[in-house]
Ligand binder design. Sequence first.
Ligand SMILES: Nc1nc2c(ncn2[C@@H]2O[C@H](COP(=O)(O)OP(=O)(O)OP(=O)(O)O)[C@@H](O)[C@H]2O)c(=O)[nH]1
Ligand SMILES: [Mg+2]
Length: 449
Amino acid sequence: MPLPPIDDTIAAIATAPGTGAIGVVRVSGPEALAIAAALFRPANAADVATTPGGRFLVGWVVEDDRPLDQGVLLVFRAPASATGQDVVELQVHGGPALLRALLQACLRRGARAAGPGEFTLRGFLAGKLDLAQAESVQALVSARSEAARRHAGIGLAGGLSQRIDNLQRDLTDVYAAVLALLDYPEEGVPEADVAAPLAQALTELDALLATARAGRAAQLGASMALVGRPNAGKSSLLNALLGYERALVSAVPGTTRDYLEVPLELGRASVIAIDTAGLRATSDEVEGEGVRLARTVARGADVVVAVIDGARELDDEDRALVRELSGDRTLWVATKADVAQAWDAHDLGVAALARVSATDGSGLQALRDALEAVVLGDAAATEVWLVSERQEAVLREAREAVARALTAPDDLRSLDLETALRALAAVTGRGDVAEDTLGEVFARFCVGK
Ligand SMILES: Nc1nc2c(ncn2[C@@H]2O[C@H](COP(=O)(O)OP(=O)(O)OP(=O)(O)O)[C@@H](O)[C@H]2O)c(=O)[nH]1
Ligand SMILES: [Mg+2]
């Protein structure tokens, strides 16, 4: 994806579409002040074109001397602005037609309509923020859960960039030692000087990579499927976790047929909970289709909550279910804890079991905690989370290269380290970054960002 030009003047509506108390049109580039001077009449008759950065003016926004709206003009001067260029922001009332008219007025005076992420791209190219921080901006804007918001904020503050810089510094030292060893083998750099920091870098890379799933889950919501036999209490459990009645519940086995998806917050993680049809052999065509879908959902889910009726004796079908659903992302739940329980974890042959009651709420908090732990995985203890698949991909590349370097002979080691260092540089974009990469990163942004 080719990058847009960065030397012209761009304009965009920066606030969300729809009506709001305030709407903002942003202009960045060499003509920004001239455009503002043509469109803004300050109440105190100040000269807009010579207004220094860091000031605001109150007045009227006009188009061909006809007033459009009363508003505020913010002035930022190059290089001390978010894009490094002259920037003005026109704040007016947040009406869609008004904002469109104002944007059109800017375009008529020579600005180009900005594409997605162009303002942040200019900021990145001006060194105002690195690529990992730019991705955090996007993650912050699109964050819908508390966890996503918090970790995007940490990334924007440079949390990930700092860890990457440290890794780059350590690996550069190793690289220098390896090169010295190649040039002056008789000087003899002790092997331990190379192996120990490499092993350490590998641990750090694994720690960062372990946060990818949590990061993805925080951004998109991990999927959590409630699976089990008819009447086990899946739909009741979903309603109890949600705190309101979303799914149909009845004493008739086979109540849920189609699956249904609902967002659910679990402490620091957010998931998409999926209620499914009870698994059983059936001659009912529609129910059979629901059972097939339930199995598909279970296979694709990040977390499977295997729900088994705690009040009924186990039978062979339950044991078949254990075989079918066992896995490291499966949590076993016995329901109906408010009535006498007919079996325990040992009978079922599973290590851990959560006992819950949808009726009296017992065990629900423990289940929430367990679910949160599974979704967050090893990321629970880490503050810095990866926020994009791109970050995950380049870090994985760096990790593989470091792993190879650990066992490679000296002459190949230097090549592996070069690969690793290049991959790390791509995370923050400090160093050479392909235009395509930048194009892809910024294309995900909203216009005006
Ligand atoms: N005592 C008691 N009964 C429960 C509890 N949870 C569910 N039930 C009862 O169990 C029956 C089945 O509940 P559902 O939630 O519809 O079960 P399901 O697993 O969704 O069933 P299908 O949709 O048919 O697969 C209903 O009669 C519920 O009232 C509980 O915690 N305690
Ligand atoms: Mg149900």
